[in-house]
Design a protein around this ligand. Structure first.
Ligand code: HEM
Length: 201
C-alpha cells in the first residue's frame, strides 16, 4: 500500500512542515512594509537572486539526469534567477556579489519536488508582494518588477500542475518523507541566507 494511503496528503504535510520557516522568511524580508525603501528592496533582491541561482543549479543538474521528470513538472519554464537579475537592473543595481549559499545536492525527483515546493509556492505570496511593490513611490514611475509574480494570470495553473505532479509522484511510490525533507532543508537554508537582510525591528 502506498505510504500516503490513509495518511496526510503530501501537500498538507509540506505546508505544515515548513510553516515556521515561511513565517520566518516572510517577517525577515518584510516586503509588505509600506515604507519599504529602494535600498532594502535591492538588498533583498540581491539575496534572493543568489539563492535562486544556487537552488536552480541543483535543479538543473537533476533535470539533466532525469529529463522526463523535469519535463513532467515543466522545469524549463519555472526558472526565475534571470528575473531577479532583470529586476535588479531595472532598479539600477548590479547583480551584486557572487557569493551564494551552499545547498544540499538534489539527489532524485523526490528531493527536486521538495525544493520546487519552496520556489513555486513563493509565487502565491508573490502575487500580493508584486501588487504592493507596484504602489511604492520609492520605486519611481515605470519600474515594474517581475520576479515575484513570474506567471501573472497563470499563477494558479502553474501551482496546480506542480501539486498534481507531486501528488502523482507520491501515489506512484515516491517517498513523501524525502519530498518534505528537501522542502524543509531548502526553506531553512533560505531563512538563514536571508537573515542578514532582515528588516530592523
Ligand atoms: C522568497 C520568500 C518566500 C517563499 C519561499 C515563500 C513560500 C511559500 C510557499 C511554499 C507557499 C505555499 C504554501 C502552501 O499552500 O503549501 C506560500 C504561500 C503564501 N505566501 Fe509565501 N513565500 C515567501 C514570501 C512570502 C512573503 C514575503 C509573503 C508576504 C506577503 C508571503 C505570503 C504568502 C501567502 C499569503 C501565501 C498563501 C497564498 C494562497 O494560499 O493563495 N510569502 N509561500
Amino acid at each position: 500500500m502506498p505510504r500516503h494511503a490513509g495518511g496526510p496528503d503530501v501537500l498538507t504535510e509540506l505546508r505544515t512542515a515548513t510553516a515556521v520557516e515561511h513565517e520566518q522568511v516572510e517577517s525577515t524580508l518584510a516586503l509588505m512594509d509600506p515604507h519599504l525603501g529602494r535600498d532594502r528592496l535591492v538588498a533583498v533582491l540581491t539575496r534572493l537572486h543568489a539563492f535562486w541561482t544556487a537552488a536552480e543549479a541543483g535543479l538543473d543538474a537533476w533535470a539533466h539526469r532525469h529529463p522526463a521528470d523535469a519535463e513532467t513538472v515543466g522545469w524549463a519554464r519555472r526558472r526565475r534567477a534571470h528575473l531577479f537579475a532583470a529586476d535588479l537592473s531595472a532598479l539600477g543595481a548590479g547583480p551584486g556579489s557572487t557569493e551564494q549559499p551552499v545547498l544540499p545536492a538534489v539527489e532524485d525527483t523526490d528531493q527536486a519536488l521538495g525544493r520546487l515546493y519552496v520556489l513555486e509556492g513563493s509565487t502565491l505570496g508573490g502575487t500580493f508582494i508584486s501588487r504592493h511593490l507596484a504602489t511604492l513611490p520609492t520605486l519611481g514611475p515605470g519600474v515594474r518588477l517581475g520576479a515575484f509574480s513570474p506567471y501573472g494570470t497563470e499563477t494558479g495553473a502553474m501551482w496546480h500542475t506542480y501539486r498534481r505532479v507531486t501528488r502523482e509522484r507520491v501515489s506512484a511510490g515516491g517517498d513523501a518523507g524525502r519530498v518534505v525533507g528537501a522542502a524543509r532543508s531548502t526553506f531553512g537554508a533560505l531563512a538563514d541566507w536571508c537573515a542578514p537582510v532582515g528588516a530592523a525591528r
